[in-house]
Design a protein around this ligand. Structure first.
Ligand code: ADP
Ligand code: MG
Length: 177
């Protein structure tokens, strides 16, 4: 089914486990309204992703803190740098995460890039270029993390080859227009 392009989808909150428990943040995107994603067999994939610049400049929001003082917060995107909006390599997991026994199918993208801030609510385009492996269960969190590290290296290597690198544009300008 490759390349498979998903456009204009939003980053939603997941189970909050990626960074907290494993040190590997994953941007979760909804599966329900993407028939192409629903059809895909569960497992690990790789491809490119691009955050879409917000149509409106980030809005200021005044939030009150527990100590009674208030603080200015920006909604998504305010602290992101230009480099955060480039076409970036990613590794994607689709499925129920057997280790965590989820009841809902999730689609999560770990982007091989250091972002300046989180980007919940941001829209993004991505292109899936290949399949790495099926979903597996693990005896321990360490074993799971080890395999994810391997997936990341696999994705990095594939995507750096000229055959895959030339597909970058599909996740960029073509997909945005
Ligand atoms: P959640 O369970 O809510 O998805 P995570 O711990 O998986 O929480 O963190 C995901 C969030 O972290 C993403 O939605 C995004 O805003 C942010 N993030 C920061 N860096 C990355 C990255 N390299 N790849 C994916 N998401 C990232
Ligand atoms: Mg996540």
């Amino acid at each position: 089914p490759f390349p498979l392009v998903i456009r204009n989808t939003s980053v939603v909150a997941g189970f909050g486990r990626g960074s907290a428990e494993m040190g590997i943040p994953t941007a979760n995107v909804p599966v329900d309204n993407e028939p192409e994603l629903q059809k895909l067999v569960t497992g690990v994939y790789f491809g490119f992703v691009r955050l879409l610049r917000p149509e409106q400049p980030p809005q200021k929001k005044i939030v009150s803190r527990s100590d009674g003082k208030s603080e200015v917060e920006f909604t998504y995107g305010a602290n992101l740098a230009d480099s955060d909006f480039e076409v970036l390599p990613m590794v994607m997991s689709l499925g129920w995460n057997p280790f965590f026994k989820n009841s809902k199918k999730a689609c999560e993208l770990h982007i091989l890039h250091e972002f300046k801030s989180t980007f919940y609510g941001c829209k993004l385009n991505f292109i899936i270029l290949g399949y790495v492996r099926p979903e597996l269960d693990y005896v321990s969190m360490e074993a799971l993390i080890k395999d994810i590290q391997l997936d990341i290296e696999t994705a990095r290597k594939y995507l750096a080859t000229p055959e895959y690198a030339k597909q970058k544009d599909s996740a960029g300008h073509d997909a945005v227009d």
